[in-house]
Design a protein around this ligand. Structure first.
Ligand SMILES: Nc1ncnc2c1ncn2[C@@H]1O[C@H](COP(=O)(O)OP(=O)(O)OP(=O)(O)O)[C@@H](O)[C@H]1O
Length: 293
């Protein structure tokens, strides 16, 4: 388990991270979201030991993170950083060797990953000959070469078409299924919601919300939607609800209690048929807007 405890960082006079804390658990995927410049890349670089932090602590299984553990982390940097002119398999071997793997271990692992990633037939091609989606697969394969204890991915989905996003999501899931904590940043909120066990939202260097999508939703009052061919003006007289939207055949409202919502349903049934009555599942984008406002 990897923990960030109250990490603070300033570049010159500018504080860019303010008491950033999060816990990354084995086998869990954490999505890291926030506006441009909010501090995601800086946080990830700190986790990888590439940027020093001013105060706070990084813990691994409850003890201060040691360099030899940090070196085992797999990283996909925002600036990517592979060699465009070098063949794919050679790059994997090179990075495996950098991590102290023997030639044989590196060759075995490279071939295994090329197979899993569907890149065996491209093994001898230069990176620049591959599509962006395949180049990003190679990036993540490099991060996985040495069987990392944690995986830190800076925008692994950016620029990918829907098929490549789907394939990459599968790779991230299978990496987590091996029991490693995975942290990735993304601006694609729908994808984050689908893929992640935990979502961490950062705004101007501060964590403003964290938890599962359901837990984040539960912090806000539930929204109910009632569809009925004729929603009358009576809705405005119902006590203990706030109407947020109303048309001739639909009303959306916030009930103070579940009983208040049931009272609305009963009243609607007295007036005629009800075609839909359920809580509105709010998209993550709406929650994001609220907590970063
Ligand atoms: N080496 C540096 N020197 C000075 N300022 C920096 C440095 N690196 C980052 N910053 C500043 O720190 C802030 C956080 O940047 P960071 O790259 O971590 O944000 P981000 O959330 O990853 O953004 P994006 O979504 O655009 O990648 C920004 O204001 C950025 O300009």
């Amino acid at each position: 388990m990897l923990e960030l405890r109250s990490i603070t960082k300033a570049f010159g006079p500018r504080r860019v991270l303010d008491a950033v804390s999060m816990t990354l658990r084995p086998g869990e995927i954490t999505g890291f979201v926030g506006a441009n410049g909010a501090g995601k890349t800086t946080t990830m670089r700190i986790v990888m030991g590439l940027v020093p932090y001013d105060s706070g602590a990084l813990l691994w299984d409850g003890a201060p993170l040691r360099l030899e553990e940090q070196r085992t982390f797999g990283y996909m940097p925002e600036e990517r950083g592979l060699y465009r002119k070098q063949p794919v398999r050679e790059q994997l071997l090179y990075f495996g060797r950098l991590h102290g793997m023997s030639k044989r271990q590196a060759a075995q692992r490279a071939d295994e990953l090329l197979d899993i990633f569907g890149l065996t037939s491209r093994a001898g091609d230069k990176l620049e000959q591959l599509s962006l989606g395949n180049q990003q697969r190679v990036q993540i394969a490099v991060a996985l070469m040495h069987r990392p204890r944690a995986l830190i991915l800076d925008e692994p989905f950016s620029g990918l078409d829907p098929d490549a996003v789907h394939a990459m999501a599968g790779l991230v899931r299978s990496a987590a299924a091996e029991g490693v904590p995975v942290l990735f940043s993304s601006h694609q909120l729908d994808l984050v919601e689908r893929l992640c066990d935990q979502i961490v939202i950062i705004s101007a260097g501060r964590i403003v919300a964290a938890g599962s999508a359901d837990a984040l939703r539960a912090r806000h009052a539930p929204l109910m939607r009632l569809d009925a061919p004729a929603v009358g003006e009576w809705i405005h007289e119902m006590p203990g609800i706030t109407v947020t939207e109303k048309t001739a055949d639909r009303v959306v409202f916030i009930p103070e209690t579940p009983q208040r919502a049931q009272a609305v349903l009963q009243r609607a049934l007295q007036s005629g048929p009800v075609t839909h009555f359920a809580e509105v599942i709010r998209p993550l984008s709406e929650i994001y807007q609220e907590v970063t406002r």
